[in-house]
Every structure is written in C-alpha cells, then in structure tokens.
Design a protein around this ligand. Structure first.
Ligand code: ZN
Length: 172
C-alpha cells in the first residue's frame, strides 16, 4: 500500500498557517481516516493534517482514555490557557528522534467539531492538554522546537542540523 509520508522538518509546509475546514464532508472524513491510520502506524499519540502536507485545520489524537482514543477535531480553537504551566518532554513525528522539554499550560479548554459535525468543548489537563496544544500549534505553523528555551534549543541544534541536511539532500 502506498502511504502518504509524514512531512519531516524543515519541510516548509510545516511552517504554514492552515485553513479552516468549516464543512465536514466526505473528503474531510477520508482524510481523518488516513490520519488516524498513519498516526497509529507511526506510533504517535497525535497528528495534524499539515504533517501530511495538507494545510487544513484538522488534528487527531489517540490517548488511552476512552473518549480520547481516535479522537478527531476539526477547526479546533484553544479558548483558555491556564496560567499554571508545566515542563514535559515532547517529541513529534515530523522531528524524528528529537525530544526536549517544553513549557506549556497545564490546562486548556478547546472547542472543535467532531467527525459527526458536533461542536464540542474539551476541558483538558496534563497529557491531553499537552497533546492538544502541540497539535493545534501545527495548524499555526508552530513546532515544539519553536517553544524551547535557549538551553533546550542548544541541546537539539545538532539534531536539527542533521535533519536539515537530510532534507536538502532529498530535495536537491
Ligand atoms: Zn508534532
């Protein structure tokens, strides 16, 4: 089976601002199905459409908690960020083998549309809040490496350079 590849840093599509979907049609549902499959195959807990080169505001996640297993959100918006923040190690399918501690809000409230076209509001904390913030960042062209402090940023410099070289070799 030919699979759409996950776009790897520094692919420029990862820096783009994605467009609102607004209408949940068959194309949207087919894309979500692909996203869920690709995420599962890659062993990720979250994936955003831009990571497949599609600049649409769609994210999927898969957490152990039942209601957030294979959850898709269309046009998600973060309505509230808690002032309280936490540092936690993050990775990203578009930044293979890179991990770093990222500071994010402990809690967020996210509004979005489900596959069935229902508007939902999610009160999230801890890991769920983190995955939502990470994936919604992708829709705005933001990667977790853009949120690192200078110390953490130094720690990933060489790995980013290696990805950059690999990408240049593939595209030239
Ligand atoms: Zn990511």
């Amino acid at each position: 089976m030919v699979r759409q590849d996950i776009k790897i840093y520094p692919d420029p599509v990862l820096k783009k601002n994605s467009e609102e979907v607004k209408k949940v049609d068959d194309n949207t549902l087919a894309l979500i199905k692909d996203m869920l499959e690709i995420m599962k195959e890659a062993g990720g807990i979250g994936l955003a459409a831009p990571q497949l080169g599609i600049s649409k505001r769609i994210i999927v996640l898969s957490l152990k908690e039942k209601s957030f297993d294979r959850l898709a959100l269309i046009d998600p918006v973060i309505e509230f960020f808690s002032k309280e923040t936490v540092f936690m190690e993050e990775g990203c399918l578009s930044l293979p083998e890179i991990n770093a501690k990222v500071e994010r809000s402990l809690k967020v409230i996210v509004k979005g549309i489900t596959r069935s076209g229902r508007l939902v509001e999610i009160n999230a904390e801890n890991l769920l809040a983190r995955v939502l913030q990470h994936e919604i960042d992708h829709l705005n062209g933001v990667l977790f490496i853009d949120r690192l402090g200078s110390q953490e940023k130094k720690g990933v410099e060489n790995d980013l350079e290696a990805l950059y070289k690999r990408y240049s070799a593939l595209t030239h």
